[in-house]
Design a protein around this ligand. Structure first.
Ligand SMILES: NC(=O)C1=CN([C@@H]2O[C@H](COP(=O)(O)OP(=O)(O)OC[C@H]3O[C@@H](n4cnc5c(N)ncnc54)[C@H](O)[C@@H]3O)[C@@H](O)[C@H]2O)C=CC1
Ligand SMILES: CC(=O)C(=O)O
Length: 371
């Protein structure tokens, strides 16, 4: 198979879909790899390293898109990339279609075989291609939250840890999965008061065992959320229903009762966000203020620490990417439900149920019936 990787074009996105080490693995398995010149530079990988690993460097992104059977990326293709699609292309990347109808329509129209990192599900229910970036975004969420609590950004002007004789900050985390757990670790480590809410009682039990009396766990319902955010200095949105639009747990009316200068970091913005007031922001212009609450809603948070992120992401993606490349997508889906769970669009059909359920007028087709 001819496999390609282009430079990411999203705002401040410095990750890259393949490292030179990954190239070596694909080449050793008998594949050809084309890399757009300087694709890896933002993550500290030079063209010469890719060549040494066996890749061919190509000057223009268009030439890579035109020639490859499978494109390995990080972020979803942007509208300026849609004209570069060709029928039957395997696109292996984050897609987050429930929050991006325009992209979904482009993938369907161009009959792209789109495999979404965020829905590929292992037998135990884990999301191996989302987990590494959720670990990073969870940890970053506290770092970013701490920064925007500073007065000059419109924040309350408080330090998360406090100092002797002052109050520690109250951090409230909606969703106790990978993002929530990692945010919790950093917030507890800093010394903040942490409350974490989830609907999964088993998960709350695990968090209770892990963190003991240093956190408060709460069942996630409207009453508990409204009460918890009222006293919060920093709220983290970390809820996910895989493939679906995020439920809007933080109602606009709750903002009015929150502290002036509290910060809300909506990590789940890539699936639409957990607040009624959330709208996508960029690393260039990351915050806005509504009802006195500073909102940070960047959809590609790990892009700000690209070296760590690229290495962590591609450790996971290369394993499944090789399964697709070695067998072909069709055979890989026939023999692995894990690969099949990642396919969101195939031959003009929507093959992820939760994505189809997020839109009116779109039908779900089981990928297995199309192979
Ligand atoms: N903005 C960014 O740069 C990044 C965003 N993300 C996003 O962060 C979100 C969370 O990802 P993960 O933590 O990996 O997901 P996860 O599946 O590990 O955790 C989600 C948690 O939400 C809980 N949940 C579901 N409904 C809930 C409700 N009504 N109330 C409270 N909790 C509820 C689930 O029980 C689960 O524990 C996803 O949308 C993911 O795509 C991840 C990485 C980077
Ligand atoms: C998960 C995701 O969307 C990201 O890492 O950018």
């Amino acid at each position: 198979m001819i496999i390609g990787c282009v430079k990411e074009i999203k705002n401040n996105e410095f990750r890259v879909g393949m490292t030179p080490d990954n190239v070596r693995e694909y080449v050793n398995a008998g594949h050809s790899v084309l890399i757009e010149t300087n694709a890896g530079i933002g993550s500290g990988f030079l063209d010469e390293e890719y060549v040494e690993a066996g890749a061919t460097i190509i000057d223009s992104a268009k030439d890579v898109w035109d020639q490859v059977d499978m494109m390995v990326k990080v972020k979803e293709p942007l509208p300026e990339e849609y004209p570069l699609f060709h029928e039957g292309l395997i696109l292996y990347t984050y897609l987050h279609l429930a929050a991006d109808k325009e992209q979904m329509d482009a993938l369907l129209k161009n009959k792209i075989k789109a495999v979404a990192y965020e829905t590929l599900t292992e037998k135990d229910g884990s999301l191996p291609l989302l987990t590494p970036m959720s670990q990073i975004a969870g940890r970053l969420s506290i770092q970013e939250g701490a920064k925007y609590l500073e007065k000059k950004f419109g924040g309350e002007g408080i330090l998360l840890a406090g100092v002797p004789g002052t109050h520690k900050a109250n951090v409230v985390i909606l969703g106790g999965g990978t993002v929530g757990y990692n945010a919790c670790r950093i917030a507890v480590g800093i010394g903040a008061n942490v409350t974490i809410l989830d609907i999964n009682l088993k998960r709350l039990e695990e968090l209770d065992l892990l963190f003991g009396s240093s956190i408060q766990t709460l069942y996630s319902n409207d009453t508990n959320i409204e009460k918890a955010v009222k006293n919060a200095d920093l709220v983290i949105g970390a809820v996910l229903i895989p493939g679906k639009s995020t439920p809007k747990l933080l109602k606009r009316s709750y903002l009015k009762s929150m502290k002036n200068g509290a910060v809300y970091v909506d990590v789940a913005i890539d699936q639409g966000g957990c607040a009624e007031s959330a709208r996508v922001t960029t690393h260039d212009d990351p915050i806005y203020v509504e009802e006195g609450v500073v909102h940070y809603c960047v959809g590609n948070m790990p892009g700000s620490v690209p070296r760590t992120s690229t290495i962590a992401l591609t450790h996971a993606t290369t394993h499944y990417g090789l399964m697709i490349a070695n067998k072909g997508l069709e055979d890989a889906c026939r023999t692995s439900d894990v690969i099949a769970s990642g396919v969101n669009t195939y031959d003009g059909q929507l093959t992820c149920k939760n994505v189809a359920d997020s839109f009116e007028g779109y039908n779900y087709t089981d990928i297995k019936t199309l192979l």
